[in-house]
Write a protein that binds this ligand. Structure first.
Ligand code: ZN
Length: 50
């Protein structure tokens, strides 16, 4: 998929490291927002679960 405009980013505070970050969706407050690093840490691409 390719769009002619850049992806819209929204300011947010990471629920993990509490740092300011930007996410490609609008935080609605009902679910935690994570920065790219924490998001990647929470969802490793390929790894066994415990
Ligand atoms: Zn974070």
């Amino acid at each position: 998929m390719s769009y002619g405009r850049p992806r819209e980013m929204h300011d947010a505070i990471c629920a993990e490291c509490k740092q300011k970050c930007q996410v490609p969706f609008k935080p609605d407050g009902s679910r935690p927002v994570y920065c790219q690093e924490c998001y990647a840490k929470r969802r490793p691409p390929r790894r066994d679960r415990y």
